[in-house]
Ligand binder design. Sequence first.
Ligand code: MSP
Length: 520
Amino acid sequence: MSDGSSFYITTPIFYVNDVPHIGHAYTEVAADVLARWHRQSGDDTWSLTGTDEHGQKILRTATANGVTPKEWVDKLVAEAWKPLLEIVDLSNDDFIRTTDERHETNVQKFLQHLYDAGHIYTGEFQGYYCVGCEEYKQPGDLVDGEGDYEGQKVCAIHSKPVELLNEKNYFFRMSAFADQLLALYEERPDFVQPESARNEVVSFVKSGLADLSISRTSFDWGVKVPWDESHVVYVWFDALLNYITAVGYGADDEEFARRWPATHIVGKDILRFHAVIWPAMLLAAGLEVPKQVFGHGWLLVGGEKMSKSKLTGIAPSQIIDTFGSDAFRYYFLRAISFGQDGSFSWEDLAARYQAELANGFGNLASRVIAMVSRYCDGVIPTAGGLTPAEEAIVALERSVTDAASEAISRLAIHEAIASIWELVDALNLYITEQEPWALAKDPANRARLETVLATVVRGLGTLAVLLSPVTPKATAKLWTALGGEGSVTDQRIDRAWEWTGGASVAPLEALFPRIEASGE
Ligand code: MSP
């Protein structure tokens, strides 16, 4: 990571047919940890999230609720999706809505450009459409329905019947880009990650790429096709463009050149849209393809993707009201290997909260601040002669800083946190072994006591800087308590180990307080 290089990271934009659940929040926090990490690495960082507001799924929900689609999306954005950002402590730089004028105008500009360049033609299409996915399905994507849908073919993701549609549409000549896409996957093995996702995408394109229907006529909740207003733009074509309309495509060339291309964080269910359709659209427009597309796994409940439509959705506030946003962020990024599926369980969350956050990290911080207050009147001592035990701590601070940065560069967030936790464990062990409370009993040990306390203070400072992207609230409090100057978010993360301590400590409330059982 070099100073000032551009890092633009995006989340998918979320369908506002319903309120968020923890699967959505998981995508948000993963992208946010990466954004915060890059900001603290000195990169010229921009993070984008937003909402996907057009299409049949939203139109139907609005109609079923007796309101216009615009009324519906305005309400959901204001009451559910924007508040989610606060709830999970997101540090996004921008929030785009596909109903924003800045988006709609430039979607039209992009489409007109493709039309003028001959990438679009008129055709007739018949196929099975899943409104949940907003996608035409291949026969191989369908499975046998169960229960109410017994005897019918249903979407494998939504378990709901697909609809047979027959429309005259505009088509994007996507098939023309198959070879260029395959060359891209070949030349840039990191373009689609993780490896399993890349393999899936390569074999999908190798099996033959069809052209893409990019307009609809049976409803009008969408961006109008500029040369034929009886059509609206297919919702995915419209939605994918948010990643460039948000950073100045069609409106601000300088901003666009500064930000684009992006790293896209998406769930694996929407990987093909991002790794196949989206780069093909960009190639057709003569624009750079994304820097990287990373497909993360699903949060599972009962072995299936958590979803509101299957009534397995858990609201983020159900967890955060009790455990706090830091614990939410930490838990999902630590417990699940980023890129794999993971099962959520309250027991696992509570156990990790207690063992790792409260006892491991929080307690370490409280003890150290308390000892500096008690034994040194709050003045942070300086280290004297270092023994191998202190040298090992200082060396570890440096090696975990490097290891965590390296893991983040591979988007292996769970590995970065695991590396940082080696320092939490090592500091706890160091205190147990050095017994500062015993040293404090004899004035003859004063110099040694000061060295030990100075060592744990600097270790905690390193932790505050390294964990700031993951647990921003706790680390801000800790930084202040350690007498750190300015904001912890302004400290360079790649030099986290350099900090040696502030002037004096300030009181610190429990970073991760004990959670009383609710007694259901
Ligand atoms: N609107 C499209 C994305 C357009 S991007 C140009 C969409 N929206 S969504 O609201 O259905 O999903 C948004 C994100 O939430 C996706 O990355 C999806 O994978 C993620 N998740 C939805 N349920 C999830 C889980 N149960 N687990 C993890 N992530 C999940 O798709």
